[in-house]
Write a protein that binds this ligand. Structure first.
Ligand code: GUN
Length: 281
């Protein structure tokens, strides 16, 4: 069994990104810029946004966080995004999700210029991704593909099972695996018999947010297991959705939590922001 070390790969990517930022500065006098919009006081969102800002700073990307109270109106968020769309020093715009209930996320995400959509959540980029065209790709599934590539795992012809069908993770993950010529199965809360699907997976990707969801009996011998879950247990420990202790004995490759997909997500945000900066007129 091999651990898919996302922490190590993310550090390597950050080093590469740092060099790319220096080169952009020297050759085109561009400092990539990222604007983050954070609404409300969800502690996890605040933690993620701080981690994103720190990572930007480490590689030389300019970043600014617009913190807004949860009482803010949709119109005010839209106004901020429109300002960022026009700002020539901002290459990427990220609205941290989830948004408060009274805000229509779809409406907000559609205001972001597709050229600055470093999260890849705008329907323009979603459409291009599913069509197999160049696009901004959501950071978490993109990070999974990078991690597979680093360990020379080619999904072509494999049976891939994605558990969780969110717009942020499951659906784009399935699109990427399909684009990589895997046979893809997507499971969700209405799936009748989850185990009958997961047992067939050569690559099993799980992003649900339920600790212990995937047990040893649900995994095929030699499977590649990717755990996207980040859950806090009662005693404050961070665990994924997979019973790592037992599943790791059956898997050929597996991601740990923490230190697997999590750090890759942030590395991909840096990558997407630099991609956006390179596309400046
Ligand atoms: N909330 C959970 N994951 C993400 C993400 O990748 N991007 C944004 N914007 N919000 C999130």
């Amino acid at each position: 069994m091999t651990i898919l070390d996302g922490k190590a790969l993310s550090l390597k990517i950050k080093d590469e990104m740092k060099k790319e930022v220096e080169e952009l500065k020297q050759t085109r006098n561009i400092v990539p810029g990222l604007a983050v919009i954070l609404v409300g006081d969800d502690p996890a969102s605040h933690t993620y946004v701080k981690m994103k800002a720190k990572a930007c700073k480490e590689v030389g990307i300019y970043s600014i966080t617009h913190e807004m109270p949860s009482s803010i109106s949709e119109a005010e968020i839209i106004e901020t995004i429109e300002m960022m769309n026009k700002n020539p020093n901002i290459d990427g715009i990220l609205v941290q999700l989830p948004l408060p209930e009274h805000i229509d996320s779809t409406k907000i995400l559609e205001v972001i210029s597709p050229k600055k959509d470093v999260d890849g959540f705008h329907p323009y980029n979603v459409g291009r991704l599913t069509s197999g065209l160049d696009s901004f790709v959501p950071c978490t599934p993109l990070g999974v593909m990078e991690l597979l590539n680093e360990y020379h795992i080619d999904p072509k012809g494999m049976d891939a099972v994605v558990v969780g069908a969110s717009n942020i993770v499951g659906k784009p993950m399935a699109a990427l695996l399909l684009n990589a010529n895997a046979t893809v199965d997507i499971c969700h809360i209405y799936t009748k018999d989850l185990k009958s699907h997961t047992q067939r997976a050569d690559i099993l990707v799980v992003g649900v947010g339920k600790p212990g969801l995937i047990t040893e009996d649900m995994v095929k011998e030699g499977a590649i297991v990717i755990d996207i879950g980040i859950n806090k247990t009662e005693d404050g420990k961070i665990v994924g959705d997979v019973d790592f202790e037992h599943v790791s004995k059956k898997a050929s490759f597996i991601t740990p939590v923490p230190g697997g997909v999590g750090p890759m997500t942030i590395a991909m945000l840096l990558k997407n922001t630099i991609k956006a900066a390179k596309g400046r007129n």
